[in-house]
Design a protein around this ligand. Structure first.
Ligand code: PEP
Length: 253
């Protein structure tokens, strides 16, 4: 059966010392409270923190992800970080296509497709984000938008590669706004995503696919959202910056 996962996206927050302290505190809470070993835990700190954090946490229990990676393998791309560099710093997964990257850095489906491929070639797990804008939902276009994002960026993958993906459904209107999708809205979209994956890759791959919900998840609403049958955990932004809140959310998965 598919794995439950809770992933924390720290975005551009925390100094190095704050980040290490946060990671150590999450690690301590997880160990002390013996969180169910079946639940995967991922944190995505700023890249400067990764190698150090990797040394101070139990990295069999908590995986480190990068928040982005270059769409090139290596070379003269000043300021970029390749998937192989991320791997060498201890990353096991990479968030690809977060709505902030799509909106502020003009990441198109074509670019995201390249990134997903490079991440997989380097034997890292892509956490592929998709989700509609508020206007698109109001016009009832949300299913079509999400389907297109998925088809354009990840439906050329082989079955073997696709089975390594994690998908995160993150309605853009719910990210960092305090407005969460209702548990029913999340379930409806997750079931839709699983169905299109089933149509393309078959029942086994669809049933094994972990689909995370992201968008203003907090300790107070995680339980209801995670209880839905097609919601397999969450991608958490703001609430992942407080160890106690993040730990409480992990407990609900
Ligand atoms: C995110 O950035 O992926 C996210 C879900 O943020 P927040 O939880 O703050 O809405």
């Amino acid at each position: 059966m598919r794995k439950k996962i809770v992933a924390g996206n720290w975005k551009m927050n925390t100094s190095l010392s704050e980040g290490v302290a946060l990671a150590c505190e999450i690690d301590r809470l997880v160990k002390k409270n013996k969180i169910n070993h079946e639940t995967g835990i991922i944190i995505a700190p700023p890249m400067t923190h990764t190698a150090l954090i990797n040394m101070v946490i139990d990295n069999d229990r908590i995986c480190i992800a990068a928040q982005n990676c270059a769409c090139k393998e290596e070379g003269a791309f000043t300021g970029e970080l390749s998937a192989s560099i991320l791997k060498s710093a201890g990353c096991k997964a990479v968030i690809i296509g977060h709505s902030e990257r799509r909106a502020y850095y003009s990441e198109t489906d074509e670019i995201l497709k390249k990134k997903v491929n490079i991440v997989l070639t380097n034997k890292l797990r892509p956490i592929f984000c998709c989700g509609e804008q508020l206007e698109e939902r109001k016009k009832n276009n949300h299913f079509e938008i999400v389907k297109n994002q998925i088809v354009n960026a990840i439906f050329d993958l082989s079955k073997n590669d696709f089975s390594k993906l994690i998908i995160a459904y993150e309605p853009v209107w719910a990210i960092g706004t305090g407005v969460t999708a209702t548990a029913e809205q999340a379930q409806e979209m997750h079931a839709f995503i699983r169905k299109i994956v089933e149509n393309k890759y078959g029942k086994i791959i669809a049933n094994n696919l972990t689909i995370l919900y992201g968008g203003s998840v907090k300790p107070t609403n995680a339980k209801e959202i995670f209880a839905k049958p097609d919601v397999d955990g969450g991608l958490i932004g703001g609430a992942a910056l407080k160890a106690d809140n993040f730990y409480k959310i992990i407990r609900e998965a």
